[in-house]
Structure formats: structure tokens, C-alpha cells
Write a protein that binds this ligand. Sequence first.
Ligand SMILES: Cc1cc2nc3c(=O)[nH]c(=O)nc-3n(C[C@H](O)[C@H](O)[C@H](O)COP(=O)(O)OP(=O)(O)OC[C@H]3O[C@@H](n4cnc5c(N)ncnc54)[C@H](O)[C@@H]3O)c2cc1C
Length: 386
Amino acid sequence: MTPRYDAIVVGGGAIGLSSAWRMARAGMEVAVVDPEPGRGASWVAAGMLGPVSEVHYGEEGLLALTMASARRWPSFAAELEADTGSDIGYRTTGTLVVDVDDGDRAWSEDLFRFQCSLGLEVERLSSRRVRELEPAVAPGVRSGLLVKGDHQVQTRRFVSALLAAAAKRGVTFHHQPATAVDVDGAPGTAGGATVRGVHCDGTQLGAPVVVLAAGCWSGSLAGLPDGVVPPVRPVKGQILRLSGDAERPLLGRSVRGLVQGASVYLVPRADGTLVVGATMEEQGFDTTVTAGAVYELLRDARRVVPGVTELALIEARAGLRPGSPDNAPLVGATTVDGLLLATGHYRNGILLSPLTADTVAALAAGHEPPAEMAPFRPTRFATAPS
Ligand SMILES: Cc1cc2nc3c(=O)[nH]c(=O)nc-3n(C[C@H](O)[C@H](O)[C@H](O)COP(=O)(O)OP(=O)(O)OC[C@H]3O[C@@H](n4cnc5c(N)ncnc54)[C@H](O)[C@@H]3O)c2cc1C
């Protein structure tokens, strides 16, 4: 296969597009292969950049990664906006976490202690203070946590800007699915294995570097040797968009609530739109929007911010997060020379786009990648070839 490009990226979601843009910016000749770039989970995501309010027990290692990527967001957003001249809706208004009843309050106290033990910047708020900050929050809310450092981006503007920035930097788009990765040799044998390119319907594209960034579909391409197939799976998320008044927005910052053990979030956009999400479901590749999910999301959102019921429901959608066995991404080199993985970003793919893209661009150019990504090498899941 004759190399036509320096690198081919399979998958044009936030991860693949960020990586392609960064590589092209560094002067590489790059192609993105995707039948519908920009329309995967990244199009559906809420856009919270919330490493602190999203922290989970047992995921302290992931926290170091998400914090490192959050630190890259301001310059990443500025560079993307400078490349495209568009506003991607990066907002630094912070996140409020509230609890609705006594059981939920115990959870939020626990979360606060955990966040403090990790040295994270969080402020505990009384119910009164919560309502001073966000008057639309329900009077019954018990208490809250203010996380000033958790930000947000308008995901659709972000993805559209990435498409434009990549095109402007000379990235070629092939609007078709990749069917197989072309690998010469086998890992673990004399001579090893080397990637040669990608097969699409009726086309073969050659490159010495292939980045597999097809989200939850990353494990479905033919040609990947045993032990290299990424163990990713779809985790369904249903999410709603409501339209409000841009002049008199219901909320000034993102609000996350725990309502009788169920988590719900409300993310206000500058144009008055309010995003309400999201379910977490193991349903395979199903993207049906169910009446039950819409009902439960609105029921819980209403307990946190009663005024949501006054807004118009403009969209209900389901997306598929690329889940991995340890909820952390797989980013880096594989046992096939030239084949890089950038997948498995699960709940944090938007947040992790800057650090992932910089890692991919460094590896593709033969440079040292950011150290924070080292624990998330894909080879941590590698099994011996059968
Ligand atoms: C409801 C919901 C809310 C979320 N909220 C947030 C949030 O607030 N913050 C956050 O950081 N993350 C959030 N996420 C997670 C985030 O959306 C994902 O982690 C991220 O979008 C993954 O990006 P990706 O580029 O890997 O995958 P995707 O965006 O899914 O892109 C994969 C691409 O691969 C393409 N593809 C598939 N098969 C092939 C093939 N054979 N050949 C070529 N291309 C192919 C698809 O067409 C698609 O464009 C949310 C997810 C959901 C579902």
C-alpha cells in the first residue's frame, strides 16, 4: 500500500477531529475517515468539563488525567477559536452540586470529604447560599457544593469548529466507513507488526500512522491482531434539550443534583438552551429514546429546578459513550508499529480532547507524549495473541 498521508484517523468525533487538527497544525498530511464526522457521542454530549464534580471513588488515577486535560482547555479553546474565528461557548462559570433530601445530603457530605481529601477546590454551601447563587434552584434543596473550576463548552459548536479547523489546516475527509486496518506481520513474531493503512469500501488508504478513534465502534474493524482490539463497549446516554430565554436564563452555571440516589444535571447555554441529562444504560448499540427516560430526567430535573417544566422540550436524543473496563481511556501506541489508539473516553471524551490530541500528535511525530497519559496506554489490557 503506497502511503498517501502521514497519518490516517479512523473516526471523526471530538477525539479523532482534535487529534487530526493537532497533527495537521504540526505540519502533517492527515486524513480522517468517517461516514458522518462529528455526529457520534460527541454531538450528543452535554459538554461539562467537570473533573472535580465528576470524581468517583476508586477513580483517583483518572482524576489526575481529567485535571491535566482541564488545565489545557483554556489555551486549546483559544487556539481553536483563533483558527476558525468561531465562538465555541467555553464558559468558566463553575458548577453547583446540590442534594434534594437527607439521604442525598449524606452522599454530598461524603463527596465533599472525598474531594477535600484529594486537595480539590470545593466550597460547601448552605441551602440559603445555594439559592442566592441560583434562585431557580428548588427551595427544598438541603445544601450544595460550589466547584468554581468545573467549566463547560458548547459541544456542537466545539465539534463544528474542529471540523472547520481541520479542513482549514488541510485535513482530507473521506466520508465512508473504514472496514479494516491493514497490518503487515504479527506482533510478537520476528519482524513484528507494522500498520500500512486502512481499507474503506472500494478504497485503500496508505499511511505509516493510523489512529483508531472510532469511539464505541473502535473494536469493530477487521484486521486488528488479537490483543490489539480495544475492549470498548457502548454505554447509552439519553439527554434532553429545552429552550429558554437567553435574556432571562433559568441558571447561570451548571447544576448537578442527586435526587433520591439518581444523578441529574442541568447545563445552561448562553443562548438560553438548557441541557438535561443523562441516563447510563448498558443496552448495546441501541439509540432509541424511551418515554421512561424522558419522564425520569424531567421528573428529577424538576425536583432540582422546578422552572424546567415551563421550558419547551426541543430535543430528546441518545448517544453511545465509549466505555472501557476501568472507565478510563486507551490512548497511545500498540504492539503494532504505527498503530495508535485513542478511544474508551467514556463519560469524559469532551473534557479529555485536548490532552488526548496532544498525546496523539506527539506520538505521531515521534516526540515524547505528555506524562499524564502514561498510565492509560492501551497495552494495559493487552492479552497474549492466541
Ligand atoms: C448523553 C451523553 C452526555 C455526555 N456528556 C459529556 C460531558 O458532559 N462531558 C464529557 O467530557 N463527555 C461527555 N460525554 C462523553 C463523550 O460524549 C464521549 O466520551 C466522546 O464524545 C467520545 O468521543 P469519540 O470521538 O471517541 O467518539 P464519537 O464522538 O462517538 O465519535 C466516533 C466516530 O467514529 C465514527 N465511526 C464509527 N465506526 C467507524 C468506522 N468503521 N469507520 C470510520 N468511522 C467510524 C462515527 O461515525 C463517529 O463519528 C457524554 C456522552 C453522552 C452519550
